[in-house]
Design a binder for this molecule. Structure first.
Ligand code: 2NL
Length: 361
């Protein structure tokens, strides 16, 4: 027995010594210490030994197990070190190779323009108000003095939700303008109010100049003694800051909106430079905004007394403002998600617009 164990130990140590891969070494480990292993078999024989026999054989068999275990661990460490050294010698990083380009997103022109608008109006004391894109008929139409028979309410202009979704007798719809944001502000806040409401709006319309979703910004001022002069100064100050020109000229034309009285359409003058229209001067006129004094019925619908509170409101398309300032000519490209277009017309995320540095810088 003694010799058998000594022979086994010699054989196992030789096998460990000659194993030259981690796989080969593991095979030796399994042959010795695995379930069917030779050392495991010896360990099992101890259970059937007499106490005397166990006293002499036990330490020898356990000694065998310990030296085989230690031999395996030492050889494993040696093989791993050799493998690491081999890789360190053969693998290297070429620091002179050009780095792979990291794809970089851009700020969409619509987002850029909304940021610029928020900044310009913040300087005039306006806060940004937000609402919901799914609205009810009351906030989108009724409160705005838009009659039941108005064409804007027709199925073919407005995206309505099924009748079953109506709430408190009001049909649900995708807002067709951001006016419901102002209505919600008037019914929930005490005047004076100075807000702009930028955001997505939806109309059932689709051609080269109309997309079913587009972006609008509306502004609202409610205070005592507000008149058309305040409206004109605000829009002139805004348009000069936005187009970054002092020679922006405004033309106000009488118009009609159900929610304003009087209503004015605002044109801005342009000049021809190398066959292109450039904002500034007055060679021609371009319509940029709709506006007016908030109709007393709208003020009343929001629970305010129109004999105390007056105000003005205006609205325009953000996409259109972006096209005019940055020279895109197809509205549909705004929402195609074409990366080449976005790389060309998009803005660097770190170019935060500042009035001091020029908002379009
Ligand atoms: C346009 C014209 C306009 C308003 C929007 C408004 C909102 C309230 C009350 C009264 Cl809560 N008016 N908004 C007023 C005049 C014109 O938009 O051409 N938008 C694209």
């Amino acid at each position: 027995m003694m010799t058998d164990i000594a022979t086994l130990q010699t054989e196992l140590m030789a096998a460990i010594d000659s194993a030259d891969t981690l796989d080969a070494l593991d095979a030796v480990r399994i042959s010795a210490l695995g379930k069917q292993g030779s050392v495991s078999a010896l360990l099992k024989t101890m259970g059937a030994m007499s106490p005397d026999e166990r006293q002499t054989q036990g330490p020898i068999i356990n000694g065998l197990r310990e030296s085989v275990t230690a031999g395996l661990a030492a050889k494993k460490a040696a093989l791993e070190t050799a493998e690491l050294n081999r890789r360190l010698a053969s693998e290297y990083v070429d620091m002179t190779l050009p780095a792979p380009e990291t794809p970089r997103g851009t700020v969409h022109p619509v987002s850029q323009v909304m940021d610029e608008l928020a900044e310009i109006f913040a300087d005039m004391g306006f806060a940004v108000a937000e609402g919901r894109e799914i609205e009810d008929d009351w906030h989108n139409f009724t409160a705005l003095n838009i009659p039941e028979t108005h064409p804007a309410r027709a199925m073919h202009d407005t995206f309505y939700f099924p009748d079953e979704m109506a709430r408190e007798g009001s049909k649900m719809l995708l807002r067709t303008h951001t006016s419901p944001v102002q209505i919600r502000t008037m019914t929930s806040q005490e005047p004076p109010i100075r807000i702009i409401a930028p955001g997505r709006v939806y109309r059932s319309d689709s051609d080269a100049t109309h997309t079913p979703m587009f972006h609008q910004i509306e502004g609202l001022v409610i205070d005592k003694g507000i008149h058309l002069g305040h409206l004109k100064w605000t829009l002139e100050t805004f348009l000069k800051a936005y187009f970054e020109r002092e020679d922006v000229v405004l033309r106000l034309r009488p118009s009609y909106f159900p929610f304003t009285e009087p209503s004015v359409e605002v044109d801005v003058g342009y000049s021809m430079v190398n066959g292109k229209r450039v904002i500034g001067g007055s060679e021609g006129w371009m319509e940029v905004l709709g506006s007016g004094m908030v109709h007393r019925k709208v003020i009343e619908a929001c629970g305010l007394d129109p004999d105390i509170w007056q105000g003005f409101a205006f609205g325009t398309g953000v996409d259109r403002l972006a096209m005019l300032k940055y020279g895109m000519d197809d509205l549909r490209a705004f929402f195609d998600g074409d990366n080449r277009w976005l790389q060309h017309y998009g803005f660097d995320a770190l170019d935060v617009p500042t009035l001091s540095g020029g908002v379009g810088a």
